[in-house]
Design a protein around this ligand. Sequence first.
Ligand code: BGC
Length: 343
Amino acid sequence: MKSEGFGKLTTGENTTLYTLSNEQLTITVSDFGGSMVNLWVKDKQGNPVDIVLGFDNVSGYEGDDGTYIGCNVGRNANRIHNAGFFLNGKKYELDKNEGTNNLHSGFNPYSKRMWKVNSVNDNSISLFLFSPHMDQGFPGNMDLTVTYLLEANGLKITYDASCDEDTVINITNHSYFNLNGQGSGTILKHKVKINADSFIPVDTNSIPTGDIGNVSGTPMDFTVSKAIGKDIESDFETLHNTGGYDHNWCINNYDGTLKEAVVAEGDMTGIKMMIFTDYPGIQMYVGNFLDDIKGKEGKVYNRREGICFEPQFYPDSVNHENFYSPVCKANQPFHKEIIYRFE
Ligand code: BGC
């Protein structure tokens, strides 16, 4: 384990970058946002390749204008229609930070706060955030811990939380992957398989219509591995609405246990990543809105040069009775896992 300065915030506060390694991979994590800054895995020749987009120092993360690169997104990831919901008969209002809707919980994201490093060693780091009652508009005082754990062939991210009132908890990792190496260009030739027979159709504001769509015979079908670019320009309404893949897939046979959600492969490196999660859904966002982002090591990130796989409850699920509920009961443990395994 190594720790080093990651730069000063505009407040003058110092930040730290932690590096953890095992034989297969190396990650770096910042105490600002608890964000994952680098993830090096080995390609076919055994050369380390950094497969996540990011910034060289904390200023990039502090100044980030809505990409959420490498972030932990909470208390609720994705969109909430009309920036509001009812819980136990009470109306809660959130920031309207995308038109009249709420995206990734609003103007004061967890990714722009200092997290407290609770423990760190050679293969794991745990960071803690306290989110007080009505923070971002959500009820209840919540304790949240994110743990990054290096395993023999991958990385496990765990979210543990508890809250003193019933609340919405839907926290995910928002890393942009490029399995050919960060800053190496388009991800359109990456091959992806998603273990999902259905998906969540959305309208022109990326808000779920409430239907559950069948992927069969549509460009949303990733049940058999295919290149991201293969059907991305197809004439299909919900795909037009979002300007490319930016949807939630419903992971088959969800029962609260870990399931393999995604297998993705970089066409240039042959790096293969499998994602497992115990969330019911996975958002695949192919970086449609990336535009001239000045990233690590002089690289510039543009449209479709990174791909997010965000395990989560379906978008706006708090407002849909036919979606799995993201409500966590008072004083009940919240525990979710995301595992990235490499070949
Ligand atoms: C959403 C995109 C959004 C991106 C950055 C993703 O999780 O699905 O629509 O543009 O986050 O905010």
